[in-house]
Write a protein that binds this ligand. Sequence first.
Ligand code: SAH
Length: 246
Amino acid sequence: MGKVYLTGAGPGDIELLTLKALRVIKAADVIIYDRLANPDILEEAKSGCEFVYVGKEDGRHIMPQDDINETIYQNALKHENVVRLKGGDPFVFGRGGEEAIYLLERDVKFEIIPGITSAISAPAYAGIPVTHRGVAVSFRVVTGHESPNKKVSQIPWDNFKTDDTIIFLMGFHNLPQISKKLMEIGKSADYPVAVISKGTTKDQSVVVGTLENIVEKAKDIPTPALIVVGRVVELREQLKWFEGNA
Ligand code: SAH
């Protein structure tokens, strides 16, 4: 029985891959991967390495999570070094925890290799520090997948009244409801918002607006995209460094 490396691929820029991730990718007998921000990573594998694609396309899962778990397990029975490669960090909305539990229950050894999450690196490449002295003392990374119109929400919307930074992943399609909800809890219509698309890649684009106008301004932006809400967005004007310099 082999070992499974639940590995973060980073957000897009291939140089944001960790040395540890690169080492296990080079040694892998099989790589089980999602739609990655940067598929060039797979070129680092040794010859003869197998590739298994279990990702999503246009939000449509090509494989249910249960089948992904089982695929990883079956590969661990056959191969010595199994890399499960995921965009960003495997534990930030990556379902890496579920995969680890599945392996644990079947006595398969595993390691977790953290990756640089898009949640902080896309803002960094957009010139938006997620915390900043005197502006934001904390940041939250929140799923935007749940519709804010849901009757019983798992998201503590009422806690979002402060100026702390909120980063929504998987939320682009819910942007109209998210901005409306944030205004309902008391944020002003001119509160700063940024949408960052394809962050850290050469195709990165950023739209800055307010809760009131961001939906209209960002309507043509491609995915993957994340949403940053907070006064820190205003720092981009000074700190923007990446677009055009990549
Ligand atoms: N584990 C990943 C997140 C998976 S959820 C991580 O740590 O980054 C997928 C969501 O992440 C997307 O819907 C999008 O909101 C965000 N995302 C991933 N890569 C991105 C990128 N390069 N630029 C902007 N958003 C990205």
